[in-house]
Design a protein around this ligand. Structure first.
Ligand code: SF4
Ligand code: SF4
Length: 521
């Protein structure tokens, strides 16, 4: 079992043990522990799963509509993230006459990644490593501060599932109506509703797939080509694949992706601590549960009753079907909708809100023991994650701000490594890759230093007034040129002399160099 699962189960077990309600469940479970509840037969003591089937069929979830702070926040995040995803490819960014004007573009044929004013070349793929580190650390920091806030609000699976559920609710009705409809026999009206729901889902899925490929080519041109069936076949294939995956994952699989497929809940469980804010049922206040009538009766007899009236509203609104009152759960994406639902109930019965709230395990325990509560957002781990984010961000910003627009890479010939000429001179061959990241054509003068009496020649290049080789490189291009370095100097046997190749462009300060060796016989 992986550390994430162990940690999750440990946290869940710890909280369940503190809940009197869950203690009752545990006691009930213990009674059944000796036999298989399905067959009544005694368990095989060697069977570590107690004869329970390892497969459980999915129970369809009918999430109920809810309004409140967290639902409004989710709507806002959904609108912003989807607007960015669908419309960003159409945002233009002027980079000059020789460069694409799409703000965000992954240009595979041109081997470039454009992000507004940033242009990344294949040789600069380390920026991608920096971005991945930043993304991971941001996720860790979010987790340390507010648990699975990524899962609840920002994860694409959550955003599209939320959208699909809203469309389903709009067509099929809210929870109760939808449940009743699903129990009725098939009729023309039910078929029409189901068909229009799936058609709407497919249209969104198709648009989602279509938007994705717009990041890989000039968006307006590609849209025109797609509409007139002039686009490459691969574009239609990818739209088809992404339409299928969006429709399946957001329409059919929904919470199963979070519970069974996604690794993040397991990793997150291993990274969390007792000070992280999570959606919690404040069992110290809610237990023992009792309806309003039952609570009044209990109070009459001087017995305690908690604030939870067991109305199940928090369960009915949950998109993953979790009952948060049973403690932390791998299926809880911490969307906060149960908080909205419970707050509405508490307001209606004139009790204090936030029976379910973003809280910490430590605070719940402290409240139970009559100790003061506290929130520790600044902890070693939050400081560490923030420091790594700041450091990597600063390094990336500095290197981007000071990056050179010219570069050269050199590769020594492998075979032969040297050639002895008829006049006794020794010659080595190299391949030079000269990068011109500016938007103008540049002529580069080639020089080699480190070896006395060395001459340099570029195959296919021009010659300057002093016989120095000159290589022209187009705007935003790389040119590979074969270079021969020859010396008449007497070399020690097996000599390996360090060399530096320097290319100097037309622009002021446009120069770059690369090191290699000159090998002797
Ligand atoms: S239990 Fe609450 S916070 Fe967790 S997924 Fe369900 S509604 Fe969202
Ligand atoms: S919504 Fe609140 S009162 Fe109702 S069952 Fe959930 S926790 Fe209890």
């Amino acid at each position: 079992m992986c550390p994430g699962c162990i940690s999750t189960l440990a946290i869940a077990a710890a909280t369940v043990v503190q809940s009197s309600h869950s203690l009752a469940d545990l006691a009930g479970d213990a009674e059944h522990a000796g036999s298989n509840p399905a067959t009544g037969e005694p368990h095989d003591p060697d069977d570590e799963f107690g004869g329970e089937p390892l497969y459980a069929a999915r129970t369809k979830i009918y999430p109920q509509h809810v309004t409140g702070t967290f639902r409004h926040t989710k709507w806002a995040v959904l609108a912003v993230t989807l607007a960015i995803y669908y419309f960003l490819p159409f945002v233009r960014w002027d980079r000059g006459p020789n460069a694409p004007n799409q703000a965000v573009l992954i240009d595979f044929p041109g081997r470039r990644f454009y992000f507004f004013f940033i242009e990344i070349w294949p040789q600069e793929v380390y920026y991608l490593t920096g971005l991945l580190i930043l993304a991971a650390m941001t996720l860790f920091l979010m987790n340390a501060v507010a648990g699975r806030v990524w899962c609840g609000y920002l994860c694409p699976q959550t955003v599209w599932t939320d959208l699909f559920i809203s469309i389903e609710r709009w067509i099929e009705g809210d929870r109760r109506e939808h449940l009743l409809r699903d129990q009725q026999p098939w009729s023309f009206e039910r078929v029409a509703r189901t068909a229009s729901k799936h058609f709407s889902w497919l249209m969104i899925a198709w648009w989602t797939g279509g938007a994705w490929i717009l990041y890989f080519a000039d968006a307006p041109t590609l849209v025109k080509d797609l509409a007139t069936f002039q686009a490459p076949v691969v574009a239609y294939v990818f739209i088809g694949i992404l339409t299928f995956t969006t429709y399946t994952l957001a329409g059919w699989m929904r919470e199963q992706v979070c519970v069974y497929m996604c690794p993040w809940p397991r990793i997150q469980a291993a990274l969390t601590d007792e000070y992280a804010l999570n959606v919690c049922y404040r069992y110290d206040r809610g237990e023992p549960r009792a309806s309003l009538k039952k609570a009044a009766a209990l109070h009459e007899h001087g017995e305690p009753a908690g604030d939870c009236i067991d109305c199940l509203q928090c369960v009915h609104v949950c998109p993953t079907g979790v009952d948060i009152r049973n403690g932390p759960n791998l299926g809880c994406i911490q969307c906060g909708l149960c908080i909205d639902a419970c707050d509405a109930v508490m307001t209606k019965i004139s009790r204090a809100t936030r029976l379910i709230a973003y809280d910490t395990d430590v605070n719940i325990r402290n409240r139970q023991q009559g100790e003061p509560t506290s929130y520790r957002l600044v902890r070693t781990r939050t400081l560490l994650y923030a420091a790594i984010i700041a450091l990597v961000g600063a390094i990336m910003t500095y290197t981007l701000a000071t990056r050179r627009t010219e570069a050269v890479n050199v590769i020594h010939d492998r075979n032969p490594q040297f050639v002895r000429l008829s006049d006794g001179a020794v010659r080595n061959g190299y391949s030079l890759h000269i990068l011109n990241k500016t938007l103008e054509t540049q002529k580069f003068v080639l020089k080699v230093t480190g070896l006395a009496d060395a001459s340099i020649e570029a195959i296919g290049g021009e010659k300057g007034p002093n016989g120095e080789p000159i290589v022209e490189v187009g705007p935003d291009q790389t040119r590979q040129v074969r270079v021969l370095v020859t010396t008449h100097q007497r070399l020690e046997p097996g000599a390996s002399i360090p060399l530096t190749f320097t290319v100097t462009g037309d622009r002021a300060g446009a120069s770059a160099s690369a090191a290699d060796h000159f090998l002797g016989p």
